[in-house]
Design a binder for this molecule. Structure first.
Ligand SMILES: Nc1ncnc2c1ncn2[C@@H]1O[C@H](COP(=O)(O)OP(=O)(O)OP(=O)(O)O)[C@@H](O)[C@H]1O
Length: 567
């Protein structure tokens, strides 16, 4: 069946259910649809963190639960609903921010273990510190804004719908602009996000704050409807429901989680009397089916041009020239090893503005490792990497600051072009400015897209772009970012002869603009045509620097350089 038709049909069914619920459903139908709405709202709030930033928090039930208990305990103790809201929001934000902070230091597996443990601590604490939590009977006596009677399922449903629509709108608006583009880049390729200048931890924390606030609002309002805060509401079934809803519905979608909530929460509620174990088996099979057949869920995010939809305001200044820039870089006695493998052994070389330096050498000779050290990705055991700035200052690299170096014009491309799969071509190129938090001048962006012959590819997902076009997207990003030092790792690999000519033009342009270009390349014909000087590496050392033709004449380098024509 046509995908689009299927999605429209699902949307129509969801809308019809809600219209029926709001204007005619029975009490039981409305009550279940209210639970569907709050579950969907909580899932959509969490989609900011899971869907965009790819942070799996297995204590999300604790985030919701601590928000609910924070509200009920504070409201009961102070008699003030507003104080209770503040405490509730503070609790959920603090937990999500802690997870976001940890995600910078821990791998997915370690983070999974930590969050599972945090969830277990929360659930055990609920039934241990009974003076505070009321134990298994929970907390029932606390002030509320609204006190729905058992027969007021219609107004309760209206509240649930308002919360769901509000949460969806905030998520959609928040993720439609720069934060959305950076969020997608972080979720798709966190390394790429850093290399284009994104403060990954900062974005994760910012998005977690918004997610925590939305979670608190939905939870507090749900508590008004439920009238009671008990441990069973915030146990593992809630966590499983939320994951199920996002995995089945789609992690970067709004309609998907709503439709999935109808299936996961609504259908069993409306049918009634279903065996819990049977339901668990059915849902587990559903997860397996969807994850295997449709890993992106029922509603994969459609390709959206976030920059186009929410155009950035005109900025009079282009990306380049607004900040102190790195204009030259040099390695001095750099040594880097991986276990017993010495990848760089006392490498010293300077790269100056207006000069193209090619680095050649056999596989494993240390070329990429040198780029990674110049780029601040690896920190060498010995030696230093010096930077010269546009204001004449000279400073050594401070390690672990890849994104800061990128913000100051240290640009990098990779052997295999790195693009964010969830972003359009325009948004991928525009990451150059998003990363360092400045607005891209729209005219300059369009000019760069045109110069790199990308205008014909703007509506295609980057996953289906030909290799050459992927390469142009990556290089166009460097140009838009106004990078003054370009560390290019085999840019000609996999290009056709015609494309290599296009690349040569770009390299000449960069040189004429005064950029320092470092070109790691196996295509010796290209090196001979374009490089001002060639560096030969063998076994982590520099064994020759000069003109390629002269280096070729050296007998001791014959084995390394050979004839070196394109393959
Ligand atoms: N992350 C890593 N972990 C372990 N060893 C590494 C790592 N990165 C590089 N090495 C090793 O360091 C040496 C230099 O690798 P590097 O990738 O810098 O070589 P290269 O000259 O760029 O090779 P190629 O032309 O194949 O890209 C190799 O022996 C490689 O196996």
């Amino acid at each position: 069946m046509n995908e689009r038709f299927l999605r429209r049909a699902i949307q129509a069914v969801v809308v019809a259910l809600y219209l029926y619920g709001l204007f005619g459903g029975s009490y039981a139908f409305q009550a279940t649809l209210t639970t569907v709405s709050f579950t969907a709202a909580l899932a959509v709030a969490y989609s900011l963190v899971l869907g965009y930033l790819d942070v799996f928090n297995f204590s999300q039930h604790a985030v919701i639960g601590i928000s609910a208990y924070g509200f009920a305990i504070t409201a009961a103790a102070t008699g003030s609903v507003w104080w209770a809201v503040l405490v509730s929001a503070g609790c959920s934000v603090a937990l999500l921010v802690a997870v976001a902070g940890l995600s910078a230091r821990l791998t997915g597996f370690q983070l999974g273990l930590v969050t599972i443990s945090a969830g277990a601590v929360f659930l055990t604490a609920l039934t241990t510190f009974t003076d505070l939590t009321g134990g298994s009977s929970g907390i029932t006596d606390f002030p509320r804004w609204v006190d729905f009677s058992a027969r007021e399922t219609g107004p309760a449903l209206a509240l649930g719908v308002a919360v769901l629509v509000g949460t969806g709108l905030v998520v959609r608006l928040f993720m439609s602009g720069r934060t959305g583009r950076l969020g997608v880049a972080i979720g798709d390729d966190v390394f790429l996000a850093r290399v284009v200048g994104t403060d990954v931890v900062g974005v994760r924390i910012g998005v977690s704050v918004v997610s925590g606030l939305l979670t608190a609002v939905a939870t507090v309002l749900w508590v008004q409807e439920q009238k009671v805060v008990v441990p069973t509401t915030y146990g593992l079934p809630l966590l499983i429901q939320i994951f199920l809803v996002l995995m089945v519905g789609g992690r970067r979608s709004i309609w998907g989680p709503v439709a999935a909530s109808v299936v996961v929460v609504g259908v069993p509620g409306w049918i009634g009397g279903l065996d819990g174990n049977v339901l668990t088996i059915v849902f587990a099979l559903l997860v397996i089916l969807v994850v295997v057949r449709r890993p992106t869920g029922l509603f994969p995010e459609a390709l959206r041009d976030r920059r186009r939809r929410w155009p950035v305001r005109r900025s009079p200044v282009s990306a380049a020239g607004e900040r102190p820039e790195i204009v030259a870089v040099a390695a001095d006695g750099v040594r880097k090893s991986f276990g017993s493998v010495v990848a760089l052994d006392g490498v010293s070389i300077a790269f100056e503005p207006g000069q193209i330096t090619a680095i050649i050498g056999s596989n494993g000779s240390g070329k990429t490792t040198l780029l990674n050290c110049l780029n601040g990705i690896w920190s060498p055991e010995a030696g230093r990497i010096g930077l010269r700035w546009s204001d004449g200052a000279e400073r050594d690299i401070r390690w672990g600051r890849v994104h800061r170096l990128a913000r100051h014009g240290l640009g990098r491309s990779f052997q295999v072009p790195r693009l964010a799969a969830g972003l359009s071509v325009r948004d991928n190129v525009g990451l150059a400015c998003d990363g360092w938090g400045r607005r891209a001048n729209p005219e300059r962006l369009e000019a760069v897209l045109e110069r790199w012959a990308l205008t014909g590819w703007l509506d295609r997902p980057v996953a289906v772009l030909p290799h050459g076009v992927r390469r142009w997207v990556e290089l166009a990003r460097l140009e838009l970012g106004g990078c003054r030092v370009l560390l290019l790792d085999e840019p000609a690999a996999g290009l056709t002869d015609e494309e290599v000519e296009f690349l040569v033009e770009a390299l000449r342009r960069w040189r004429a603009d005064g950029c320092a270009v470092v070109l790691v390349e196996h295509d010796h014909d290209l090196v001979e045509r374009i490089a001002d000087r060639t560096v030969v590496m063998v076994g982590g050392r520099i064994v020759g620097v000069g003109d390629l033709a002269e280096l070729r004449a050296r007998g001791d380098l014959h084995d390394v350089i050979g004839s070196g024509t394109r393959s």
